[in-house]
Write a protein that binds this ligand. Sequence first.
Ligand code: MN
Length: 229
Amino acid sequence: MKVGHYVLIGLFSMGFISCTSSQSKNNENNTNSKNNIEMKFEKVALPYATNALEPVISKQTMELHYGKHHQAYVDNLNKLVVGTKFENADLETIVKESDEAIFNNAGQTLNHNLYFTSFSPDGGGEPKGKLAEAINSKFESFEKFKEEFNAAGMGVFGSGWVWLAKDANGNLSIEKESNAGNPMTKGLIPILGLDVWEHSYYLDYQNRRADHLKEVWKIIDWNVVSERY
Ligand code: MN
């Protein structure tokens, strides 16, 4: 819009010299806009409608969780990095190298981007390909993996996350993280993260975190998650 605006001003209201000047301003403006976009962290686009995961996750939870909580983490991060060494850093670098408020909001931005893209209304079933083989090899079976993962999720005291992660050799592990924790801070790569903050399930399951963890497997998008392995 702004670009078009400058071009129109250049074309209609000024002569050649002004137009050149406008063009140069326009280029400068483009560069600034581009940098602003690169600096700005954004929520991942939701790959399904807010009611698509019902009844496992309700529309109301999705609107609050994705629409309000996730937005707040992203907005806070964008404000907090201004004037710091993280101003032009990518999100993963910030998660690995920051602490306190910047870490909390960067971690939650990354965590929720991974989380919300791990679901599909056509999800469920079992992982595919190499991830399926690695899970069977590490946990004996997919069922046993789910049991261990859910137990870890129940074992997170207070707010946090339970993750399936891999190391540089592809070895899988289940990682419990409190608050904004992400296995990247331990040099691991996150494959699947389930949010066990109460805001992720309380409207739908009240205090029954175990019920939420039992149901959520029905909507895991193993096409997406398996590709992260
Ligand atoms: Mn959350």
